[in-house]
Ligand binder design. Structure first.
Ligand SMILES: CC(C)(COP(=O)(O)OP(=O)(O)OC[C@H]1O[C@@H](n2cnc3c(N)ncnc32)[C@H](O)[C@@H]1OP(=O)(O)O)[C@@H](O)C(=O)NCCC(=O)NCCS
Length: 141
């Protein structure tokens, strides 16, 4: 497979967002993350249609840096996250937990994680540049 292009990931995230809203990650964020040796990418569908950017932490946790699907609000996010979790389970040394941070204003992402049984385990008030609170969410694999 050809190396992942940061612009593809940026376009996937941006696709279908309300007019005028900016993706949470800039192109520069994607470039930096993809250049990092610790960065791992799970891609979903042809094109691809979505991605999970994550890192494996030393305490057997898969930490999601960012994720997005192209076609939003049609069950793709849920299917991709389930497929990613299956992929983690099939690894030689699977992580024990998966975790992430999400803005309390990101209702689609919050709804998705709650539906897939992530628990809120912490809060960071005013964490994001827009002043929103970050919820730390985790689930057992
Ligand atoms: C967040 C994201 C991955 C969710 O994927 P999606 O395909 O839009 O979500 P799905 O259609 O799979 O929805 C799964 C569940 O999430 C919840 N959900 C989805 N959209 C929602 C919304 N707008 N409001 C509230 N809950 C929502 C629902 O519980 C839904 O289940 P249901 O359809 O049975 O009600 C996607 O919207 C996206 O790419 N957003 C831009 C990037 C982003 O914000 N990433 C998260 C970073 S933390």
């Amino acid at each position: 497979m050809a190396p992942l292009n940061p612009e593809w990931l940026y376009v996937i995230e941006q696709s279908g967002l309300p007019v005028g809203s900016l993706p949470r990650w800039s192109l520069e964020n994607y470039r930096t993350e993809l250049e990092s040796l610790e960065s791992k990418v799970f891609t979903w569908g042809e094109g691809p249609q979505g991605f999970v950017l994550y890192r494996s932490l030393p305490d057997a946790e898969a930490w999601v840096m960012h994720l997005a699907v192209r076609d939003k609000g049609r069950g793709q996010g849920e299917r991709m996250l389930e497929a990613w979790i299956e992929d983690l389970r099939s690894q030689e040394e699977p992580p024990k937990t998966v975790a992430l941070e999400v803005s309390d204003l990101n209702l689609a992402a919050l709804g998705l994680y709650r539906k897939l049984r992530f628990d809120e385990v912490g809060r960071r008030r005013g964490y994001y540049p827009d002043g929103s609170t970050a919820l730390v969410m985790r689930r057992e694999l």
